[in-house]
Design a protein around this ligand. Structure first.
Ligand code: TXA
Ligand code: MG
Length: 345
C-alpha cells in the first residue's frame, strides 16, 4: 500500500465488503483520499481533521479553495468535539432526519482545520445513512471530509463508474456500493435565531423541515443565479455546477404548451429531456426520459446529464421539474446544468 501522494494512482474499484472497508479506512488513516458511497452521491473522503489529507481532496477534484467541505460523522458522540453549540432546531433536525441526507451548518471548534471549512467559523456536518459510509467512518475512527466525488464542474457521481471516470489515477481506491438511493446531494441548512435557512435543497424538503420549525426561509440562491463576487451564505452557490457540455434550456410550461413550442422551435438534431416517452410522442425528436416523478428524477438526473456528453449531444430542451418537495432539488440542479437558461411559456 503506497503512502506517498501522487496523481498517478492505480485506482482500485473495490466492493463494499468489510475487508475492502478496512483497506480504505487504513488509507484514510494514512492521509489518503478514497471514493466513498453515500445515499446521496459518491464522495471523496479524507480525515477531516488532517489539513494535509483535506488539501489532497481539493487537488484531486480541482476544487476552488474557498468552497468548504462537509464533515461526515457516524454517531452523535462524534459531534461534541466538532461543534461549539447545537441550537434547539439543530437538535430537533438531528432527531428527525439523521442519519440521512441533511447537512447542518454549525459553529465549528478549532479541531476542524481551516482548509476543511475554507476559513469559515462554521462547518457543515452530516450523518449519512448509507451503511458502507457509516462503516468506513467508524473503522477509520475519524470524521470524514467529503465533497461530491466529481471533477469540479462535472455532474455529481451517483455510480462508482462515474467516480472512476473522473478520478482514475487521482485516488487510490473507490468503494462500490451500486447506484445512490437519493441521487442528489444533501439538503444544506443554516440556523438563524429561531429560523432555518435552506441553502441547498435536497431529499429532505422545505415542507419536511417546516414540520420541525415554523420558520423555514428558502435562500434566494436556491433558484436564482448568484454573481461571482456576491457575498453568499454558502460558497457552493457561486459556482457553475453540474455542467454538461451540452447546451441545456429548461422549458417551464404545461405539457401541451411545451409540445407545441418544441414542434415549432426545435431542430431535428435537438434532444428533448422529458419525464416519460409519451411527453415527446409524435414530435419527431429524440427523447431522453429522466423519471416520471420527482424522486425518480432526483435518482436519475446526474446519470442522464453525464450520458448527454457521452453521446456527444449538442442542444437539449428539458421539461421543467416540479418545484416542490424533492422536485425543488431537481430544479435547482437542472437550473445550474442549464446555466440558468429558462424559457417560461
Ligand atoms: O450529499 C452530500 O452532501 C455530498 C455527499 C458526499 O455527502 N457532499 C457534497 O459536498 O455534496 P459538496 O462539497 O459537493 O457540497 C457541499 C456544499 C457546498 O455548496 C458548500 O459551499 C456547502 O455545502 N458548505 C459546506 N460547508 C459550509 C459552511 N460552513 N457554510 C456554508 N456552506 C457550506
Ligand atoms: Mg459537489
Amino acid at each position: 500500500m503506497g503512502s506517498v501522494y501522487n496523481c498517478n494512482y492505480d485506482t482500485k474499484l473495490l466492493d463494499n465488503s468489510s475487508s475492502s472497508i478496512e483497506y480504505a479506512a487504513e488509507l484514510i488513516r494514512r492521509g489518503e483520499v478514497v471514493g466513498m458511497p453515500t445515499e446521496t452521491v459518491y464522495g471523496l473522503a479524507a480525515n477531516a481533521l488532517d489539513p494535509q489529507a483535506v488539501s489532497r481532496i481539493f487537488t484531486a477534484k480541482g476544487r476552488p479553495q474557498d468552497n468548504p467541505l462537509i464533515v461526515h460523522i457516524a454517531d452523535m458522540d462524534m459531534i461534541d468535539r466538532l461543534v461549539r453549540e447545537l441550537p434547539q432546531n439543530a437538535v430537533s433536525c438531528a432527531e428527525r432526519f439523521w442519519p440521512g441526507p441533511l447537512t447542518m451548518i454549525l459553529p465549528k471548534r478549532d479541531i476542524i482545520p481551516e482548509v476543511t471549512s475554507a476559513g469559515l467559523p462554521t462547518a457543515g456536518i452530516r450523518m449519512p445513512s448509507n451503511k458502507t459510509a457509516r462503516a468506513l467512518i467508524r473503522t477509520a475512527g475519524v470524521p470524514l471530509a467529503a465533497p461530491s466525488a466529481n471533477l469540479s464542474g462535472s455532474p455529481s457521481p451517483t455510480k462508482a463508474e462515474h467516480v472512476f471516470k473522473d478520478m482514475n489515477g487521482r485516488i487510490p481506491c473507490i468503494l462500490d456500493d451500486g447506484g445512490c438511493a437519493v441521487g442528489v446531494e444533501s439538503t444544506v441548512i443554516a440556523f438563524e435565531g429561531d429560523s432555518i435557512r435552506l441553502l441547498r435543497p435536497g431529499f429532505i424538503s422545505a415542507e419536511e423541515l417546516r414540520e420541525v420549525c415554523d420558520d423555514v426561509i428558502i435562500d434566494k440562491g436556491v433558484v436564482e443565479a448568484v454573481a461571482n463576487d456576491a457575498v453568499v451564505a454558502s460558497p457552493g452557490m457561486k459556482y457553475k455546477h453540474y455542467a454538461p457540455k451540452a447546451d441545456i434550456t429548461i422549458i417551464d410550461a404545461p405539457l401541451d404548451d411545451l409540445r407545441r413550442w418544441c414542434a415549432e422551435n426545435t431542430a431535428p438534431d435537438d434532444v428533448l429531456m422529458v419525464f416519460c416517452e409519451s411527453d415527446g410522442e409524435g414530435l419527431g425528436r429524440k427523447c431522453i426520459c429522466y423519471g416520471h416523478d420527482s424522486t425518480e428524477q432526483a435518482r436519475q438526473l446526474f446519470d442522464v446529464l453525464r450520458g448527454l456528453d457521452d453521446k456527444g449531444i449538442k442542444r437539449v430542451f428539458a421539461r421543467c421539474p416540479e418545484k416542490t418537495g424533492v422536485g425543488l432539488a431537481v430544479y435547482n440542479r437542472l437550473l445550474r446544468a442549464a446555466g440558468f437558461q429558462v424559457i417560461k411559456l
